[in-house]
Design a protein around this ligand. Structure first.
Ligand code: FES
Length: 163
């Protein structure tokens, strides 16, 4: 095999690699786009955005003027956020009053499963049945510790959640 044949083989190999790489990148982009589309249209759970503040801390915001977040616009309302920049298991929100929102990690303090949305004032863990109330406290074991709480503020229609 001469040098020209070797170079031809190498070029074809690289072209195939580039093709496969480009194809996978394209599929990944389409898949990611689909996720975003599903996430945006899946209105039963809220959709946050994730800016980083001037201190370099990640915070997320939830715009209550968006239809998918409207459950939190009234006192007593709840919202379940899916995985986001702040919490890989998502965040439960509870509108405590006109001026306050409580935010809790969805990580069960028993063994780390992701707890469900608030239903009639409690969130249940699918793994071993622990239940947590809208204050984040345990109302049913085996978990013994309260949910991790995030800082949450509300200004107008914007809820900002930070570590
Ligand atoms: S991990 Fe939630 S009850 Fe066990």
């Amino acid at each position: 095999m001469n040098d020209n044949n070797i170079n031809t083989l190498l070029n074809n190999y690289c072209n195939r690699r580039e093709f496969v790489k480009d194809t996978l990148t394209g599929i990944g982009t389409v898949a990611f786009g689909s996720f975003m589309l599903v996430n945006q249209s899946g209105c039963s759970e809220g959709s946050p955005t994730a800016p980083t503040d001037s201190n370099g801390e990640t915070s997320i915001t939830v715009d209550l003027s968006f239809p998918e977040n409207s459950a939190l616009a009234t006192v007593g309302g709840t919202l379940a956020l899916t995985a986001n920049e702040l919490d890989g298991s998502g965040i439960l929100l509870y509108r405590k009053s006109d001026t306050s929102v409580l935010a809790f990690s969805r990580i069960c303090t028993h063994n780390g499963c992701t707890i469900g949305s608030f239903q009639n004032g409690t969130s249940a863990c699918p793994c071993h049945g622990s239940q947590f109330n809208t204050s984040g406290s345990v109302v049913n074991g085996p978990a013994v510790n309260a949910l991790k709480q995030y800082s949450a503020t509300i200004v107008g229609d914007i809820v900002t959640i930070s570590p």
